[in-house]
Ligand binder design. Structure first.
Ligand SMILES: [Zn+2]
Ligand SMILES: [Zn+2]
Length: 177
């Protein structure tokens, strides 16, 4: 069995992964699957958000056929999270945490879920750095609910890599400023 305690909340994450699949398959949510995934993502990852900084919460979900895996904003060790040690600021940004998109890719590797040809749902549009990781991982489609990191260089990179991407309106109250 894989020891995933590196991320501190293994058991919760496992429950969340199953919960999303069951919720979606049971059809209790929105009829639009993209809206459904993103709304679930907000609900599921907001309590896990470990940074003290805005814009609120971020989370990512990698979907490949019937398999899903979460990523959320977290420091590599829960013993030194923003909640206990404060944020680690660099040029106006907190850099203590790993962004949720990269964490989702890392968790996929640890759990043996392929990322090639997968779709990623992310609460916020991936930043430039995460976009590079997404391309490396072979993810083909990225949908997000807030365009917080809307940069031309990110769009150029996604276009060059032929990644399908777009904003899905779920009424997110942050991340679209
Ligand atoms: Zn922080
Ligand atoms: Zn990022």
């Amino acid at each position: 069995m894989i020891d995933d305690t590196y991320f501190g909340i293994t058991r919760n994450a496992g429950v969340l992964d199953r919960w999303v699949v069951e919720s979606i398959l049971s059809g209790i949510s929105d009829s639009n699957i993209d809206v459904c995934y993103l709304k679930h993502l907000v609900e599921a990852t907001t309590p896990l958000y470990s940074c003290n900084r805005p814009p609120g919460a971020a989370g990512a979900l990698i979907v490949l056929r019937d398999k899903v895996i979460y990523g959320w904003v977290a420091s590599p060790t829960p013993l030194r999270s923003c909640k206990t040690d404060g944020c680690e600021m660099d040029d106006g940004h907190c850099v203590r945490n790993t962004h949720s998109e990269i964490q989702a890719i890392i968790r996929s590797a640890r759990r043996g879920l392929p990322t090639e040809q997968a779709t990623m749902y992310s609460i916020l549009k991936p930043c430039y750095n995460c976009t590079k990781a997404i391309i490396h991982a072979g993810i083909r489609k990225v949908l997000y609910a807030g365009a917080a990191y809307d940069e031309k260089r990110t769009n150029d990179l996604m276009n060059y890599a032929k990644i399908e991407y777009g904003l899905v309106d779920i009424g997110l109250e942050y991340g679209n400023a």
